[in-house]
Design a protein around this ligand. Sequence first.
Ligand code: PLP
Length: 464
Amino acid sequence: MDHDELREWSKRAADWVHDYHASLRDRPVRAQVGPGQVAAQLPTSAPESAEPMEQIISDFDRIVPGAMTHWQHPRFFAYFPANAAPASMLAEQLANGMAAQAMLWQTAPAANEIESVMMGWLRDALGLADHFTGTIHDSATTATLSAVLTMREQALGWEGNKAGLSALPRLRLYASAETHSSVDKAARIAGIGQENLIKIPTDMHDAMKPGALAGAIRADRAEGYVPTGLILCAGGTAIGAFDRIADTIEVAKSEGLPVHVDAAWGGSAMICPEFRNLWEGVDGADSIVFNPHKWLGAQFDCAVQFLADPAPQIRTLGLRPDYLQTLGRDEIVNYNEWTVPLGRRFRALKLWFVLRAYGLEGLRNRIRNHVAWSRELRDALAALPEVEIVTEPNLSLFSFALSSGDRATEELLARINDDGRVYLTQTRARGRFVIRVQVGQFDCTREDVMTVRDVVAELKEGLE
Ligand code: PLP
């Protein structure tokens, strides 16, 4: 295939994408295939000779869409959303077409400078203090890992990267059980160890208890551990829990610990001033991550990390060998020094397109609708016999179960996802198997959301 052919096929691909999106409401949301079914349709080795694109596309059409879970389906209420607003898809096409590697300012000046400007736009849109700068990672997992590696180096007086960890004191991180498993992964990869990630108990609102945090830090110091950092939850994955950011940051600061806030999902909602009380005190954090690729409409992947001071993270992650120097311009920001991978995609472009194409007010309206519809759905489900709301809405996420117990609830979930009109997933809360509902798909309507009530009412029959 050459660029002339690409032009023609790109037009056909654009038509395909249009028709795919137009057909979504008629498709089951969750893939209805079993393991191995797709692989069984592919040859076991690559072709020796080139094949015609017509054939490749026809195989794509035959094999792929029917074996996908449709994340852009308006009735996707599982996990968290991974929204791809049309303007964001367009930006991705343009970025893919240029296919630049934005590792240094000089390898992609526009990508670098648009990234800096977007960080300022987003910081202000979320109502964060002026001192925050930021960068874009692929995922929140990488941003949290970067923050934890930085905490480790600060705690070890910058000796970890240099001398390795074996002869150094044991470090301790603190988080609540409501934080995402990416925090556990960061503790493991950073060499701090799962056993040294201390999960602080939560109160009746699922928020970390500041007193218990202070006690754990003091006890650890007394036993010779080195308290290293605090990771807070601003919208946990299971039930949307929020830690009391101001109170816990106060404890961390009095103990001299840096703080990272995981707002991967909840952060997008902070473009609405009325939700900011949920993370009151966040300006005291050293690092905050949120994923515009979840609720804001920037196509996956796009995770933004705000930093009160980027210097410690650059000192931890930045390397500048001869071949990466920008001769005569070494004072310039090179974002690869703020992040784990050297290579970087031009992710800022989709933020620029999304923020302009919908405007903050357009994005706020969507999020406000999602929160309102989720509460309406909560009430409609609560009115059904045998349905119990187990955790109340945090922003647009709540959970429910059947009063007859875990087995019936699990069976109901299987029925719902085999049916395909909506897609929901599970977690455990209050000691029970519960079904999560999160409302956040970019194109969903109130009617789409209320379909959950009808599906549950119909499919729970015979289960109680
Ligand atoms: N933090 C929270 C609260 C999440 O919900 C998720 C993913 O859903 C993550 C972190 C990890 O996000 P990513 O997939 O961008 O690594």
